[in-house]
Write a protein that binds this ligand. Structure first.
Ligand code: ITT
Length: 197
C-alpha cells in the first residue's frame, strides 16, 4: 500500500522504503505538502503519534511517522527526544550532523560508561480513531572518534562491539537488518499484513 511518511528527513524515507519493500513510501513533498510539526511531546511515541496525526488530518490517507533518537544513559538519556535539536538554541536551526556529533563527543569526554541505544517509535494512522504502533531499540556504545560514512546522523559514533563496526561502517542492508528503524519497520509491515486496509 501507499504510505505517506510524515517527515522532512530524506534519510528516514530512503531507509524505510528499503525496510518496507512491499509498500510504497512517499513523503509530503511528493504531494506538494510543506510538512512541519512542532514536537512538543515528552516521549518518542507522543511525537511520532503527533506527527502522523498532524499529516493524516491534512491528507486523509494512510500516514506513517518515525520519531527516533539516540539515548545515552551516562548523559541522563540525552540527546533522547531532542536528538535532532541537540545543541541548537531555541528558535535556531538544527546543527549539522558533524557539529552535533562533535558536541556529543565533547560531552562524553572523561566518561567511561559509553553505553547508548537508539529508539525508533513508529505510528501508522489508518483513520482518525484507528492507529498502530511499534517501538524498537538497538544497543551499542559511543565510540571515541567518528568512523564510517554510511547512514546518517549519529551513525558514525554508534559502535556495535559484536561487529567491531560503527553503524556508519555497515552497508545499508546490514544497518536495516539490525537498526531500531529496521526492527520497528518490519514489525509495522507485519501489522499491516494482519489488518483490514
Ligand atoms: P522528522 O521529524 O521530520 O521525521 P528529524 O530528523 O527531525 O525528522 P526526529 O525528530 O525523529 O527526526 O529526530 C531524529 C534524530 O535522531 C535524527 O535527526 C538523527 O540525528 C537521530 N537519528 C535517528 N535515527 C537515526 C539513525 O538511524 N542513525 C543516526 N541517527 C539517527
Amino acid at each position: 500500500m501507499e504510505l505517506i511518511l510524515a517527515t522532512g528527513n530524506n534519510h528516514k524515507a530512503e531507509e524505510l522504503q528499503e525496510i518496507m519493500k512491499d509498500h510504497r513510501i512517499i513523503i509530503p513533498r511528493d504531494l506538494g505538502i510543506d510538512f512541519d510539526f512542532e514536537e512538543t511531546g515528552t516521549t518518542f511515541f507522543e511525537n511520532s503519534y503527533g506527527k502522523a496525526m498532524h499529516l493524516f488530518k491534512q491528507t486523509g490517507k494512510p500516514v506513517i511517522a518515525d520519531d527516533s533518537g539516540l539515548c545515552v544513559p551516562a548523559l541522563d538519556g540525552a540527546p533522547g527526544i531532542y536528538s535532532a535539536r541537540y545543541g541548537a538554541a531555541p528558535g535556531e536551526p538544527d546543527l549539522e550532523s558533524p557539529e552535533r556529533n562533535a558536541l556529543l563527543l565533547s560531552q562524553m569526554e572523561g566518561i567511561e560508561n559509553r553505553e547508548a541505544f537508539f529508539v525508533c517509535s513508529m505510528v501508522l494512522i489508518m483513520g482518525e480513531y484507528r492507529f498502530f504502533a511499534a517501538q524498537e531499540t538497538v544497543e551499542g556504545e559511543i565510540i571515541r572518534e567518528s568512523r564510517g560514512v554510511g547512514g546518517f546522523g549519529y551513525d558514525p559514533l554508534f559502535y556495535l562491539p559484536h561487529l567491531n563496526k560503527t553503524i556508519a561502517e555497515l552497508p545499508a542492508e546490514e544497518k536495516n537488518l539490525l537498526s531500531h528503524r529496521g526492527l520497528a519497520g518490519k514489525k509495522m509491515a507485519a501489522i499491516i499484513d494482519t489488518i483490514n486496509i
